[in-house]
Write a protein of this length. Structure first.
Lengths: 560, 236, 180
């Protein structure tokens, strides 16, 4: 398909949608979360209901990706009114169709958040859960059928690739990304434009693009939702990246625990190839780009870029020291551009709307929006996207609806096992890369776990340390043995069996592991420990006090 | 030949571009501790003993994998580096069951030497005492996992020098173990050529031949280095 | 100047460190000029007396050892862990990755022996082994360590002599550090 044919096709598809006889659209969330709470059965029942009532020509049923409030699933959205129904089950389908589709009256007690808000909103966009969000990456998630490329084409799909290929040089694309001031969404926040430029500058006849979809933080599901909800957006971002840096081959490394994401992404590749949006001479240009999926085998450390590269090469997934960085010597020693799923998903809007538009969103140092996976002791958990610089208070109380059971907010863990906690006194922190680092945490990939008074922070630190200990690849000594030692010491503190000297030893080890480890896993493994020590030292002191009461005469260990 | 200027521990040096910091140190008689490095084998930066401070870089980098650059200012002897070397050494000892007094390598052991060099008189961390196997199935050699420090020198010697690919690593974290073939007894290996290079590469008493007793094991890791260098000569 | 007091004790070890202590030979006279050895495995006496320096060989393997080391810690101004067993459990710790009953079975039931009864001794007067063996520093404050299996007589004499002359010895300095 050449460029003209592509344009014609987009016009034809758009017309087709416009002229459709279907006045009603019912979207059913078919993300992994809603599927596990039964959305597939709901969809089947809905289809039967529509056929039974003879409404096939009026109602279109669209299986979509994640809509956001995951713990209220299965979710069903009625368009154009934009009413979302929560916890839909087969028994109330008939009632919803009767009332909403035929009588045009929403059923209040089944609407989203009907059980917790005084009055639910019949237009979900007015609900604070959505009104406080700004969706760029997730814009079409929950609107289009991720398994149909035509749906994506109607929603501006592949327009950015077309624009990049025919109206921009690779330098222009990189300049646009640089202007957007976008930073890598994988966690470290390295400026995306700069990374692209570095890879672009290395001269080599073979370069690679890798999409890092090995999302392993406990409680994080941003990448999964993007891959499930809009795989073509990621694919488009990768192709644009390939064009910009001069790569002809891309790999999407998706963790094996995401079978649905893998299935949809592979289907997306097939569809894009069929349309000539991937493969040789894309849209008749000189640019050829092919993407393959690589499935991760369940090691957290493979989210680290050098370990991920080793894994794609078919080796044991262990990191190697940097420098050299992958931009210089990556996959099979070739210059490699490696970005996170969310980063690639944010590329197309930047190309379409311009870098300047993007750079004006967010804070001066962190532009754009960030997707968070809200979890923990919060009323409304799920997937949200907010501009950088949104305060934690807004996220927890406005969007998340506050603490479950009216409890008290204690802390929020960002960045999962590599991050730290933010205590209540910093609720007003404007969430961006620098602010979180200043508080001893990190942005991370976007997991946000909210804790209430019932959480024991020492135990939280122990939990994350156990995770890092299990997931350490075992290559370097500080991480392999250090995390084990720290875990054992934390366990000792949890059991009220640790002395002050144990705590000193723990702190020394934490700094050592952080500085001496080979890769980011070890380098950030002590973060939860260090940040709980910083903000909740009293909880450690209490436990040590309990030990000292028992053993007043015999200090258990000592410095020699 | 072109040289570049670098500074190590306040000493101004002229070195060849492209060499590692470790090489630059060793060439100029600056002592730097290593364990996973063996000249002739590829470097993996796993033991973290050779960490150095470089001005302008806020991370500690391993000297064996970092290449020198013009005007690099390097420190190998700061208090922090010395403290970290001692912690690393202690973690080595605490990780598995190193009983020097009954070990074949007693007195000829790089780990023991390391302990003396960093001045480790005792270990501040609790010993983990993992249950480790001793594989005596090979006709001539023994693999004692109690004494293995996971430097993976044997793995690299086997794959890079002998080309047999007998050794590999299994598991994660502190449960990593060196394995023969697909985790089968060494004696049943179909790839092992019984060349004994892994024994020479091993810094401790983890790999030894059955004809020695306590304290009698002599190792010649320099044999690996020589072999690699002589092969290079042959090829040029 | 009043003479200092030295006490030595042998916990979970093989007595090799005490042999090494005896190997200081005639230098024992230099020690004797500065101190009295008031307690050691061959000096009769029930309770460990108050001493200036306690040399402790061996690791803590049983309830009796635990009781004794806690008592010694109270009695001694300076507690020196003598030898690899005291410092890092060494051979005594080799049972730490086994279950205690496996150890007993191997020693008393399955071992080839003239005693065919094959029972584990269980008299109330016997000490009770702990599940795990600990080096001294995991149980009490240790002031100084002399590793080695056994430590050389030179190292032991050097440390004693320095302490008796109110100096702090440094094994690194004199290159007397040794394990195994």
């Amino acid at each position: 398909m050449n460029r003209q044919e592509f344009k014609d096709l987009v016009i034809a598809e758009t017309e087709k949608t416009k002229n459709s006889t279907c006045k009603h659209k019912i979207c059913i969330c078919c993300g992994a979360g809603c599927i596990s709470s039964g959305s597939e059965a709901v969809m089947k029942k809905l289809q039967e209901e529509i056929i039974e009532r003879g409404l096939q020509s009026e109602v279109e049923i669209i299986p979509t990706g994640c809509m956001g409030p995951c713990n209220q699933g299965p979710l069903m959205k009625y368009l154009p009114e934009n009413s979302i129904y929560q916890k839909v089950d087969c028994s109330n389908i008939s009632q919803i169709v009767q009332s909403q589709v035929i009588e045009k009256k929403p059923i209040e007690h089944l609407l989203l958040f009907a059980d917790s808000r005084e009055r639910p909103f019949s237009n979900a966009d007015e609900d604070p859960f959505f009104s406080k969000q700004l969706k760029i990456v997730l814009k079409n998630c929950g609107q289009l059928n991720p398994e149909r490329i035509e749906d994506y084409l109607v929603h501006e799909g592949y327009r950015a690739l077309d624009k990049a290929l025919f109206e921009m040089s690779p330098e222009d694309v990189i300049a646009e990304i640089k202007q957007s001031r976008m930073r890598g969404r994988g966690g470290a926040g390295y400026p995306t434009g700069l990374k692209w430029e570095t890879v672009y500058k290395y001269v080599n006849d073979q370069k690679y693009v890798i999409c890092n979809g090995d999302e392993g933080d406990p409680g994080a599901f941003m990448d999964r939702s993007v891959l499930e909800g809009n795989p073509h957006r990621v694919l488009e971002g990768m192709a644009i990246g390939g064009y910009a840096v001069g790569a002809s081959k891309g790999y999407a490394y998706i963790r094996g625990e995401y079978p649905l994401a893998i299935k949809r992404f592979e289907a997306a590749i097939k569809q894009a190839k069929k349309m000539g949006l991937l493969g040789p001479n894309i849209l008749g240009s000189n640019f050829s780009f092919d993407v393959e999926v690589r499935i991760g085998a369940g090691a957290f450390v493979c989210g680290e870029e050098t370990a991920l590269i080793a894994s794609i090469e078919g080796k044991r997934g262990t990191p190697r020291p940097r420098p050299p960085f992958p931009a210089e010597s990556g996959l099979w020693g070739k210059p490699t551009l490696i970005n996170n799923v969310e980063t690639f998903a944010g590329i197309a809007p930047i190309i379409n709307n311009g870098g300047e538009w993007y750079s004006e969103i967010g804070t001066p140092k962190s532009a754009g929006t960030k997707v968070f996976a809200l979890a923990g002791k919060i009323n409304y958990s799920g997937l949200i996207e907010v501009p950088m610089g949104t305060s934690l208070r807004e996220i927890v109380f406005d969007i998340g609806g506050g603490i479950q059971g009216g409890g008290e907010f204690k802390a929020a863990q960002t960045g999962g096992p590599s991050g730290g906690c933010i205590p209540a006194e910093h609720l007003d922190v404007k969430m961006d890369y620098e602010a979180l680092v200043n508080l001893g945490s990190i942005m991370g990939s976007g997991g946000l776990i909210v804790m209430d008074q019932s959480s024991d922070m020492v135990d939280v630190a122990r939990f994350f340390m156990e995770f890092c200990m299990d997931e350490s690849c075992g290559k370097c000594v500080p991480c392999r043995v250090g995390t084990k030692m720290m875990h054992d010491l934390l366990q000792k503190i949890c059991d009220n069996n640790a002395s002050r000297i144990d705590l000193e030893r723990l702190e020394e080890l934490a700094v050592y592991v952080k500085e001496a480890s080979l890769c980011g896993l070890g380098g950030s493994a002590p973060n939860p420990l260090l940040s709980t020590l910083r903000h909740f030292r009293n909880e450690y002191e209490t436990r040590i006090g309990k030990y000292e009461e028992k053993h007043i005469e015999v200090p258990q260990t000592s410095e020699v | 030949m072109n040289t570049i200027d670098i500074k190590i521990n306040e000493r101004s040096l002229k070195v060849l571009p492209g060499i590692t910091i470790l090489q630059a140190c060793r060439d100029n008689g600056i002592d730097i501790l290593t364990m996973c490095h063996l000249k002739g084998l590829s470097d993996v930066g796993a033991c973290r003993l050779c960490l150095v401070e470089i001005e302008g870089i806020n991370k500690l980098l391993s000297a064996c994998t970092t290449r020198v650059a013009s005007n690099m200012v390097i420190r190998t002897d700061t208090e922090k580096i010395k403290r970290y070397q001692r912690i690393t050494t202690e973690l080595f000892f605490a990780e598995r069951n190193h009983v020097c007094s009954v070990c074949v390598a007693n007195g000829n052991c790089e780990l023991q030497e390391l302990g003396y060099k960093v001045g480790m008189d005792h270990i501040r961390y609790p010993f983990l005492f993992p249950e480790c196997k001793v594989d005596t199935s090979h006709q001539y050699f023994v693999m004692d996992h109690n004494r293995c420090i996971m430097c993976t020198r044997c793995v690299r010697a086997c794959s890079e020098v002998e080309g047999a690919f007998n050794w590999d690593v299994k598991n994660r974290g502190f449960q990593v173990r060196v394995i023969s073939d697909f985790d089968t007894p060494w004696g049943e290996s179909i790839t092992c050529t019984s060349c004994g290079k892994c024994l020479q590469a091993c810094p401790t008493g983890a790999l030894w031949s059955k004809d020695v007793v306590q304290g009698q094991l002599e190792k010649h890791p320099e044999m690996i280095t020589e072999l690699v260098e002589k092969r290079k000569l042959l090829l040029t | 100047m009043t003479k200092k007091k030295i006490g030595t004790v042998w916990l979970g070890g093989c007595s090799g460190c005490h042999m090494s202590l005896l190997d200081i030979d005639e230098r024992i006279l230099d020690v004797a000029r500065l101190a009295d050895i008031v307690k050691c495995p061959i000096v009769d006496g029930k309770e460990f007396p108050k001493v200036d320096i306690a040399l402790v060989e061996g690791s803590v393997t049983s309830d009796e050892h635990l009781h004794e080391i806690l008592h010694i810690r109270k009695q001694a101004k300076l507690l020196v862990a003598l030898g690899d067993c005291a410092v890092m459990t060494n051979v005594t710790g080799m049972r730490n990755y086994l279950q205690l009953n496996e150890v007993f079975d191997t020693a008393y039931v399955n071992a080839i022996s003239n005693d065919q009864s094959g029972t584990v001794p269980n008299h109330p007067a016997l000490l009770r082994l702990h599940d795990k063996v600990f080096p001294l520093q995991e149980v009490v404050n240790v002031d100084y360590v002399i590793p080695g299996c056994p430590p050389s007589a030179d190292a032991i004499f050097y440390v004693l002599f320095e302490f008796l002359n109110d100096r702090v010895p440094d094994l690194n300095e004199v290159k007397k550090l040794k394990y195994g």
